[in-house]
Design a protein around this ligand. Structure first.
Ligand code: ASP
Ligand code: MG
Length: 469
C-alpha cells in the first residue's frame, strides 16, 4: 500500500459533534489524495466516566451508576443527533444503545460480584473508543465516503497484561493486515478504535491510559504506513510547559529518542510507548493541532535534517516522591539491596523515573510518581522483610516534597560545560538540588529539587539553554 497515512485523533479532537466534524474534514481532505486509516480515542473524559462507573459498580452504588449511564448515553446520542442525517439516525442510535448496553451488562456483573476484575474492566472501557469510532465512521459515510468502524480487538494482538497490555508484533502484523488491507485496497477508510486490542485467543485488553497514540503507532508499523499524524489540541511538542515558561516555543523537529525521553519525563505530548514500533521502520510522526491544522506541528524522525546541538527541551513533574534506602550494617551490600528493591518495584509495575546511587554507605534513591509511592514502598517492605526484621536496612525514607525536572537533547552528548551551566542556573535561583541522574547516553539530565523551587528551576534552565530562540 503506497503512501499510506495513519491519522490518530485524541479525545479532545473527537470531544464533541463539532470536533468530530473537524476530524472528519481532515480525514476527507487527505483521503482524497492518498490512502488513510484513522485511529480514534474515546470522546474526552469518557474513559474516566467508564472507569468511574466500574468503581461505582464494585461499591454497589446504584444511583451513581445510573447517573453515569445517563451521561454516557446522552453524550453520544446528542453527538449522533448533530452528525447523522435523519434517514440514518434511528439505526445509528440503535447501535449506540447496543454498545452502551454491552457496557451496562459488564457493569451489572461487577455490581453483582462486588468486584471489578482487570480483564472485565478492559472489555468494558474499550466501549468508549467503539462509540467514537461508530460516530466518526457513520458521519463519514453520510458524506458519501466508504468508512468502516473497526474494533482494534480484531487487529491488534497483545499479551494478557490487562489494563497495560503490550502488542505482539508478528501476530499483530498478520491480523491487522488481514483485517484492514482489504478495506484500504477497496478505497475505503478504516476508523479503528484506539486504546484496545485482544490476546491471541480473543480476550479483550487495553494498552494503558492514553494508549491510543500507541495503538496508532502499532498500526502504522503493522501496515507499513508512510507517515503517522497524531492530532491533539496543542500546536506540537514544546521546549517546556507554556504554563510554567511563557516563552516556550514549538519544536520543528525532534528525534524519536528525544520524543521518547520527553514523554517519559512528563511532557504530555505522546504516550511514552508510542515511538518504539516506528523506530525500526523509520516511519516519521507528526504531532499536530486539530484546532489549528494549518500549523506545521512537530516532526519526529530518526535523524534531524538540521543536525542536533545542545539541549532541546526541559520538562518537569511536580507529583513525584523520592524513596531512599540505605544498608544499616556491612552485612548487606548496597548493590544487593538495590537489586532486590528494584526487582520488587518492577514486579508491581511501578515506573522508576530516575535513579541515583553514590557514597561509601551505598545508599541509593529513586523517584516514582506520587500515586504509586505506596505500592512501591509496600513491595519493598515485603521483599526485604527479613532484612528489616534483622535491622540490616534502615527504614525506607520517603520525601514527597520534591519535584523532578529533566533536560533532554541528543545534542547534549559531548557538549562540555552544559551540566555545569545548568546547575549554576538552578543555584542562582537559590534552589537546592537534592538528587541528580544522568545516564551515559547523555540524552537526559534528571534533577530532583525541592517542590517549591521546581518552577523557578525550570524557567532558569530554559533560559540558560537558550531554548526560546
Ligand atoms: N481513551 C483512553 C484514555 O483516555 C485512551 C486515549 O485517549 O489515548 O486513556
Ligand atoms: Mg488521549
Amino acid at each position: 500500500m503506497d503512501n499510506l497515512l495513519v491519522m490518530k485523533f485524541g479525545g479532545t479532537s473527537v470531544g464533541s459533534a463539532a470536533r468530530m466534524r473537524v476530524a472528519c474534514d481532515l480525514i476527507t481532505k487527505h483521503a482524497a489524495t492518498r490512502p488513510v486509516a484513522a485511529v480514534v480515542s474515546a470522546m474526552s473524559k469518557i474513559t474516566d466516566l467508564l472507569l468511574d462507573t466500574t468503581r461505582l459498580a464494585e461499591a454497589d452504588d446504584q444511583a451513581g451508576i445510573e447517573r453515569n449511564m445517563t451521561q454516557l448515553k446522552s453524550r453520544h446520542l446528542d453527538a449522533a443527533a448533530e452528525l447523522i442525517p435523519a434517514d440514518r439516525l434511528e439505526r445509528v442510535n440503535g447501535e449506540v444503545e447496543g454498545l452502551v448496553g454491552e457496557f451496562q451488562r459488564i457493569v451489572s456483573g461487577m455490581q453483582m460480584l462486588g468486584y471489578r476484575p482487570a480483564r472485565a474492566v478492559d472489555e468494558a472501557i474499550a466501549v468508549g473508543e467503539r462509540l467514537s469510532a461508530l460516530l466518526v465512521s457513520e458521519h463519514l459515510r453520510s458524506r458519501g465516503l466508504d468508512a468502516e468502524a473497526v474494533n482494534a480487538a480484531q487487529a491488534i494482538v497483545t499479551d494478557a497484561v490487562y489494563n497495560n497490555a503490550s502488542p505482539l508484533t508478528d501476530a499483530t502484523r498478520e491480523k491487522a493486515q488481514a483485517r484492514l488491507m482489504p478495506i484500504l485496497r477497496a478505497g475505503g477508510i478504516p476508523i479503528v478504535t484506539g486504546f484496545n486490542g485482544a490476546t491471541a485467543d480473543g480476550t479483550p485488553t487495553t494498552l494503558g491510559r492514553g494508549g491510543s497514540d500507541f495503538s496508532a503507532s502499532i498500526l502504522a508499523a503493522a501496515l507499513d504506513a508512510t507517515e503517522l499524524w497524531i492530532w491533539t489540541d496543542v500546536d506540537g511538542i514544546m521546549t517546556a510547559d507554556p504554563r510554567l515558561v511563557p516563552d516556550a516555543k514549538i519544536l520543528d523537529e525532534i528525534t524519536y529518542s528525544e520524543a521518547a525521553e520527553l514523554a517519559w519525563a512528563g511532557a504530555k505530548v505522546l504516550h511514552p510507548r508510542t515511538l518504539a514500533p516506528l523506530v525500526e521502520r523509520g516511519i516519521p510522526v507528526w504531532s499536530k493541532n486539530s484546532f489549528a491544522p494549518e500549523k506545521p506541528g512537530t516532526r519526529i524522525v530518526s535523524r534531524l535534517t538540521a543536525g542536533n546541538s545542545g539541549a532541546k527541551a526541559v520538562t518537569s513533574m511536580a507529583n513525584v516522591a523520592l524513596v531512599s534506602l540505605e544498608p544499616a550494617s556491612a552485612a548487606v551490600s548496597g548493590v544487593h539491596l538495590m537489586a532486590r528493591a528494584l526487582d520488587a518495584v518492577d514486579r508491581v509495575n511501578v515506573e522508576i523515573l530516575a535513579l541515583s546511587s553514590s557514597s561509601y554507605r551505598q545508599s541509593f534513591c529513586f523517584l516514582v510518581r506520587n500515586d504509586e509511592i505506596e505500592k512501591a514502598v509496600d513491595a519493598i517492605k515485603v521483599a526485604l522483610s527479613l532484612e528489616f526484621a534483622h535491622g540490616y536496612v534502615n527504614d525506607i525514607a520517603v520525601d514527597r516534597n520534591v519535584g523532578l525536572l529533566a533536560v533532554v537533547g541528543e545534542g547534549m552528548r559531548g557538549t562540555q560545560g552544559l551540566a555545569g551551566r545548568i546547575f549554576t542556573a538552578i543555584s542562582r535561583e537559590k534552589v537546592n538540588v537534592i538528587a541528580i541522574a544522568q545516564g551515559s547516553s547523555e540524552l537526559t539530565i534528571s534533577i530532583a529539587v525541592r517542590r517549591d523551587g521546581l518552577e523557578k528551576a525550570v524557567r532558569a534552565v530554559h533560559t540558560e539553554c537558550h531554548l526560546s530562540n
